[in-house]
Design a protein around this ligand. Structure first.
Ligand SMILES: N[C@@H](CCC(=O)N[C@@H](CS)C(=O)NCC(=O)O)C(=O)O
Length: 201
């Protein structure tokens, strides 16, 4: 059986899980604690020593979240047929990942003073820049979705990043950052409603 290996939180696993659930793709949703991850990593269990990792039926393991997300979107039938739209989704996934990396750097920072300094740059510069890119994209399609006229992996990936940035759990990141944007707020509600409910186990 296919296995998606990640941590118990949303992070870089959530959009992949959403795609697989939306597409009805059977997979084992493996959620490792940090201690379990470190033990397994010390045995060389993961390509590049990071999660998420996709394990195929053959047992082959694949790393890098955008690679896995693109694969999951194809499996789920969520990849646009139109070539330009498919490229736009790919490009958005990479653009969003650039900003996810900026957030990751602050999460890995152990010095609280340095972290707050980094978060100020995130809150004042980088995240408004990301929100601007997304607003422009939504204004361009006019459909309520980031690409074309349907939900794509780009909506899911951006949704999870923006949700994390504004859920109040990150020191120095204001939870009201999107209050001034009716476009982004409307889009977030649309994605929230379109997201699948995790299957009951
Ligand atoms: N470029 C990688 C980044 C993966 C990554 O940073 N994963 C984090 C969790 S979101 C991780 O495994 N952290 C564990 C660690 O750094 O020890 C990807 O796209 O998958």
């Amino acid at each position: 059986m296919l296995r998606l290996i990640y941590f118990p939180w949303a992070g870089r696993g959530a959009a992949i899980r959403d795609c697989l659930w939306l597409g009805g793709v059977a997979f084992e949703d493996v959620r490792l604690s940090v201690a379990e991850f470190r033990n397994a990593r010390s045995t060389g269990a993961f390509p590049f020593d990071l999660l998420p990792v996709l394990e195929l039926e053959s047992g082959a393991r694949i790393g890098q979240n955008n690679t896995i997300l693109r694969w999951a979107a194809r499996k789920a039938g969520l990849t646009p047929r139109d070539e330009l739209e498919a490229l736009q989704v790919e490009s958005l996934l990479d653009m969003i990942e650039d900003y996810a990396m900026r957030l990751s750097v602050t999460i890995r920072e152990s010095d609280p003073k340095v972290r707050l300094h980094q978060r100020a740059a995130l809150a004042e510069r980088w995240m408004p820049e990301l929100y601007g890119h997304l607003e422009k994209q939504l204004d361009g399609t006019g459909s309520g979705w980031l690409v074309g006229s349907a939900l794509s992996a780009a909506d899911l990936k951006a949704y999870h990043l923006l949700s994390k940035l504004t859920d109040g759990s990150l020191d120095g990141m204001p939870s009201d950052a999107l209050e001034g944007s009716a476009t982004l707020q409307g889009w977030l509600s649309r994605v929230r409603e379109a997201r699948p409910c995790p299957p009951t186990r």
